[in-house]
Design a protein around this ligand. Structure first.
Ligand code: FMN
Length: 420
């Protein structure tokens, strides 16, 4: 097992200033999908994901998170520490060419876990072991809330997609703070994986009072976050998306920036916005000095799948509420990102998310202007091995294009180059 020369010993991340660059000593070719985690996933999990019916998608992720949460709290136990080290050896790819510093945060690599998987941050201490350069926890709301009735998460296996209408189920900001504190994380800025906190509006709070609701959560959680995200784009909280409208968003952002300690602030937008609205957000981000924009959340559009029937309910997708994610979202997510880049220019960091399920999709997003990418649905279908596969693919593209760093590829428009 292990990733050979790709992985170097864990660095001392004692502080931002004494951070030492990892060295790749031997550029031997990437290993095939042979590690323990990859093998176990392929053997036991992938078969459950091949059909829409069968294992309940939400139940599967609840079980995984319960195990990860217990592991995070016991990560100093020798047997747990060894297992996590094995995981890191298999999945981490350290390469100085992939490092970037954006909005004051040092990212070891550009691949992050998208919001919605670890809603309560139970595995915050572990995401670097899965190879991620960053993880976005949440969405967290001020009030604890159960979310929508089940079933509310559906696989669309043939399309490598999912439909969800979870509705911001989470334990609430106060509980999330306790959950994070119990893990005794290194201080913000000194973590092997950057941690973002994605914040949403409590369902019962009116739009008028939304800025105070977000501000309460941010004030409590800011000390634990490297960056924060204003989520105004989930399709499953009534009215939430209206906060993307320029004057509402400005009021919200200005309220948060008045907090005594506001971490770098990003906004996450929907894929279903008109071009004018995307342009307005890009301009607002610039004017308000936002740290970046994350594009995109799940789609209310059915992306050509309207006539597809959901096995669990027997109804057409166009009749079902919820947001679509995964492969069918890839093209639209790319278009939104391109539009943002065209309006905002290179100064505004962009995070690309939606339908990324391999190195080519990640490269496409980066060369279109994303400094960072996030994965969710693709990670579930492909398994943990997707992270090193993307990272290896990105390094390969840098080499094929003769680029020294990933930052040079951002917004370059360079095509994907297959093996010569
Ligand atoms: C089950 C599920 C729950 C999600 N929950 C959230 C959430 O709480 N907050 C959020 O900002 N995005 C949430 N998302 C959206 C993802 O972060 C991501 O933007 C979207 O799924 C597109 O990426 P993907 O195609 O790689 O999944 C969720 C997605 C899924 C599939």
């Amino acid at each position: 097992m292990g990733a050979g020369a790709w992985t170097v010993a864990r660095e001392d991340w004692g502080s931002r200033s004494d951070y030492r660059r990892a060295m790749v000593s031997d550029p031997s070719p990437p290993l095939p999908r042979s590690g323990a985690t990859g093998g176990l996933y392929r053997r036991f999990v992938e078969p459950l994901l091949r059909t829409d019916e069968g294992a309940d998608a939400e139940q599967l992720s609840r079980i995984s998170l319960a195990i990860l949460g217990e592991t995070a709290l016991r990560r100093d136990w020798p047997v747990v520490r060894d297992a996590l080290q094995g995981l890191a050896l298999e999945l981490q790819r350290r390469d100085p060419r992939l490092q970037q510093t954006l909005f004051g945060c040092r990212f070891a690599n550009p691949v992050g876990l998208a919001a919605g998987f670890d809603k309560n941050g139970v595995a915050a201490a572990l995401w670097d072991r899965f190879g991620f350069g960053f993880a976005e926890l949440g969405t967290v709301t001020w009030e604890a809330q159960p979310g929508n009735p089940r079933p509310r998460l559906f696989r669309l296996a043939a399309e490598r997609a999912a439909l969800n209408r979870m509705g911001f189920n989470n334990d609430g900001a106060r509980a999330v703070r306790r959950i994070l504190e119990r893990q005794k994380l290194p201080p913000a800025g000194q973590r092997p994986a950057v941690l973002g906190l994605n914040l949403g509006k409590s369902r019962l709070t009116s739009l008028q009072l939304a800025p105070d609701d977000y501000a309460s959560s941010l004030e409590l959680l800011a000390p634990l976050a490297d960056y924060a995200v204003v989520n105004v784009s989930s399709p499953n909280t009534p009215g939430l998306r209206e906060l993307q409208e320029e004057s509402q968003l400005r009021r919200l952002v200005e309220r948060l920036r008045r907090l005594p300690a506001c971490p770098p602030l990003l906004v996450k937008i929907a894929p279903d916005l008109e071009d004018d609205a995307i342009d307005a957000i890009a301009r607002l981000a610039y004017e308000e000095g936002l740290a970046g924009v994350i594009a995109v959340n799940t789609s209310q559009d059915r992306l050509g799948l309207g006539q597809r029937r959901l096995a669990a309910t027997g109804r057409l997708l166009e009749e079902e509420a919820g947001g679509l994610s995964g492969r069918p979202l890839r093209q639209r997510a790319l278009e939104v990102l391109r539009r943002l880049r065209a309006t905002a220019g290179p100064a505004l960091p962009l995070v690309g998310v939606g339908g990324i399920d391999g190195p080519q999709a990640a490269w496409e997003r980066i060369t279109a202007g994303a400094s960072l990418v996030q994965i969710y649905t693709g990670w579930i279908y492909e398994g943990p091995i997707l992270v090193p596969e993307i990272l290896e693919g990105l390094v390969q593209q840098l080499e094929r294009h003769g680029l020294a760093t990933l930052a040079e590829a951002v917004g370059s428009g360079l095509p994907w180059r297959s093996a010569p």
